[in-house]
Design a binder for this molecule. Structure first.
Ligand code: LLP
Length: 422
């Protein structure tokens, strides 16, 4: 639960605002974002790496307000599309603190990145090295770049979010020698300035062993670039990936400081230690936000079980369907003494895969009109939300000290209809 979460007379209160008032004024479903918690987590990362760089992974959740907070709090930002870049700039994040990622950036995106003056473009393929060199030459700019390296580490997580193994679509393989070829290719381009190496092995990782292994391999590669080819690379960006607890029974993940200590250990042997950068997304945004739903129906099927339906579903949280992600849910408008029973929590979409959780314990008197809160909903939910079944995407309500700021408003039918031009 977010840092400021508590109960007053049984009602869930976040940032000093009760969920009943939020639901009455802004409707459900909604994401309720605890500003103090978000900024506290961002600053904890920054403080864990005072002599390095913390780039928030914008894919976890980004809106202009978040970009403003990060800019104020001294963090940098990782974006992976032109759209994320536009939102970052709209929120006032200085271009020189933005890193541009992605395995298939368009020429238009590369031109925009160069024209905006982003800090670095992370190169992901030989075609892209040539493409960016050409874009930079046209613009008359020597563009700062990093090279994404695939260190050959199999992180223990869902296969869709593991990115460090040799079969990954991302980056240049270290083991196959492609990373070394990429370094040579970039060094030969007069309009590219190689400022760093980058790796990211996966997401929702709670075991530090994979991070340690990747860091050690990247450190060895950095040393090799200097010793063998005389190329000194000043920065090592080891990506994001630190996991969070979604349910009370999930093990507590390592802290940012513990992860940074492991990374530093792996770099300790280097004669000239590089500037260390990290890109946490989920571990900042995830725990800060509660998804708030209203229960619409409770259906008991004798001999089968109970289905509790809420007014959102796989369009605002595709993670259970995509990754088998497991959440916890709690009544939010009241507490109940009724015994808990397992229910299947489902959404309002027209398919059976629209599930938020199987066998989730909820009080037996849970009824239509109750509000339901799902914690740990701040990462990869609003950012992955879609309009399946023409459902409107929920708002993000930032709460702090009893005040509400609408960070993202609720989508309207007019928003949807505007796309249909004939
Ligand atoms: N840096 C790079 C290059 C990345 O690809 C990612 C995540 C991050 C940083 C941030 O990783 P984090 O600290 O958030 O784990 N949709 C999936 C997660 C996809 C992660 C993609 N890349 C999910 O809902 O679990």
């Amino acid at each position: 639960w977010p840092r400021t979460a508590g109960r007053i007379d049984g009602e869930l209160v976040l940032g000093g605002v009760g969920v009943r008032a939020l639901a009455a004024e802004y409707g459900t479903p909604a994401y309720v974002l605890d500003e103090e918690d978000f900024r506290g987590r961002a600053r904890a990362w920054r403080d864990a790496l005072p002599d390095g760089e913390v780039h928030y992974g914008g894919k976890a959740f980004l809106c202009p307000l978040i970009a403003t907070w990060l800019a104020e709090d001294g963090l940098s930002l990782d974006v992976c599309t032109g759209g994320e870049l536009a939102v970052a700039l709209a929120g006032g994040m200085p271009a020189e603190r933005i890193t541009f990622h992605g395995n298939n950036k368009s020429v238009a995106e590369l031109r925009r990145a160069v024209a905006t003056g982003v800090n670095a473009v992370v190169l992901d393929s030989f075609i892209e090295i040539e493409r960016l060199a050409e874009v930079a030459r046209e613009a008359g700019v020597r563009q700062r770049v990093m090279i994404r390296v695939t260190p050959g580490v199999d992180a223990h997580t869902h296969e869709f979010i593991a990115t460090g193994g040799e079969r990954s679509k991302f980056g240049f393989s270290l083991g196959l020698g492609l990373a070394a070829e990429a370094v040579a290719a970039v060094a030969a381009e007069p309009y590219l300035d190689l400022v760093g190496l980058h790796s990211h092995i996966g997401s929702q990782l709670v075991d530090l062993a994979g991070f340690a292994q990747a860091a050690a391999r990247m450190a060895a590669f950095l040393a090799e670039c200097e010793a063998r080819h005389g190329i000194r690379i000043p920065k090592l960006d080891l990506g994001g990936g630190l996991g969070i607890a979604y349910r009370a029974e999930d093990p507590a993940p390592p802290t940012p400081a513990e992860l940074v200590a492991v990374l530093r250990d792996a770099l300790a042997g280097l004669a000239a230690p590089p500037v260390l950068a990290v890109e946490p997304g989920r571990s900042i945004a995830g725990p800060t936000t509660v998804a708030l739903y209203e229960i619409g129906t409770v259906k008991e099927i004798p001999g089968v079980g109970v289905y509790v339906s809420v007014d959102g579903g796989m369009s605002d949280n595709p993670r259970p369907a995509m990754y088998g992600a497991a959440y916890t849910a709690a009544l939010a408008n009241r507490v109940s003494d009724a015994p808990a029973r397992p229910v299947n929590l489902v959404g309002k979409h027209c398919e059976s895969g629209d599930i938020l959780g199987w066998d989730m314990p909820l009080p037996a008197d849970t009824r239509p009109g109750d509000l339901l809160a799902i914690p740990a909903s701040g990462a990869y939910q609003r950012s992955m939300a879609n309009n399946y079944n023409h459902v409107l995407r929920p708002p993000v309500l930032a709460v702090r000290g009893g005040r509400v700021t609408v960070a993202v408003r609720r989508e309207t039918e007019d928003d949807l209809l505007r796309l249909y031009t004939s």
